[in-house]
Write a protein that binds this ligand. Structure first.
Ligand code: C2E
Ligand code: CA
Ligand code: CA
Ligand code: CA
Length: 278
């Protein structure tokens, strides 16, 4: 699998995705955006493939910019990291996500997990697990209903400092998910050491499944290895019935993607869920 993933990474380099050109944001602009509450969350449902039930939602941040319109995270998260405001952004997103999910769960009596994306750069403070779980409690959300997603590549870079924090989070029953799995491809050796409960297959593999045997092998092997390590497997970027079917046949647990819903504001998702029948 290691070899395959390396070959795959090469293939991705050879066929790069078109990059959007965007104006760089400043630290002040980002801080102001938070004060003015211009950062909003859209949620995308995650479904249990076997039962069709909605089991969770992933919170994805957007910047509702007064002049530039909706800005997607790839256009400001990397800058937030470079400019050193990613911790503030992380806490902002956590509070907003927890408050919105609480309304959801309480109002509708739903059992939903909330998945939050965490920058690996933010995993430097040993106090983080205590503070985070305390925050969740404030919002009445149990730690076992929270999934923190950390990208595989970021995890590799920050493994030394992150491992202690992740272990403490896991001891407090917070779930941990390795996001974009397969794209970091150096991970297999280290993977055993990470107390993750979930692997998220990167959407590039899901996208290529129908045309590339290598993508199908990666998906199948990831499911196999993840299950052997006791993890749940989430496939992201599911857009077609055929993709869902392949994932189902191969024992993937959870699916997320445009096939079910785009990321949408909490209120829209709630409506979607009311009308959705597995
Ligand atoms: P990600 O965590 O891998 O999120 C999945 C991305 O795939 C999202 O892009 C989502 O809108 C998109 N997506 C979902 N389903 C489909 C599908 O069926 N087809 C296709 N083509 N795409 C799909 P988005 O929202 O633009 O987010 C991009 C990245 O920004 C995320 O990738 C995540 O790494 C980062 N991000 C988002 N929110 C946060 C946040 O609150 N904190 C941090 N640190 N990073 C965030
Ligand atoms: Ca994610
Ligand atoms: Ca991902
Ligand atoms: Ca990603």
């Amino acid at each position: 699998l290691q070899k395959l993933l390396k070959g795959y990474a090469l293939l991705n380099i050879l066929t790069p995705e078109p990059k959007q050109i965007s104006k760089a944001v400043t630290k002040d602009e980002l801080l102001r955006a938070m004060v003015r509450e211009e950062l909003v969350l859209h949620y995308q449902p995650q479904l249990n493939i076997a039962t069709g039930e909605v089991v969770g939602v992933e919170a994805l941040v957007r910047w509702q910019h007064p002049e530039r319109g909706l800005i997607f995270p790839d256009d400001f998260i990397p800058q937030a990291e470079v400019l050193g405001v990613i911790d503030e952004l992380g806490w902002y997103v956590a509070r907003l996500g927890l408050s919105e999910i609480r309304q959801f769960v309480n109002r509708e009596g739903l059992q939903l997990k909330l998945s939050l994306n965490v920058s690996p750069q933010s995993l430097h403070d040993l106090q983080l697990p205590d503070i985070f779980v305390g925050l969740a409690r404030q919002y009445g959300v149990a730690p076992e209903n929270i999934v923190l997603e950390i990208t595989e590549s970021g995890l590799i870079q920050e493994l030394a400092s992150a491992l202690d924090i992740l272990t403490r989070l896991r001891m407090k029953r917070v779930h941990l998910s390795i996001d974009d799995f397969g794209t970091g491809y150096a991970m297999m050796q280290q993977l055993r050491r990470v107390p993750a409960t979930e692997l998220k297959i990167d959407r590039s593999f899901v996208h290529d499944m129908h045309q590339l045997n290598s993508a199908r092998v990666v998906v199948r092997k990831t499911i196999e290895i993840g299950h052997e390590l006791g993890m749940k497997i989430v496939a992201e970027g599911v857009e077609t019935k055929e993709q869902l079917e392949f994932l189902r046949i191969n024992g993937c647990d959870i699916a997320q993607g445009y096939y079910f819903s785009r990321p949408v504001p909490a209120i829209v998702l709630l409506d979607w869920m009311k009308n959705y029948a597995p």
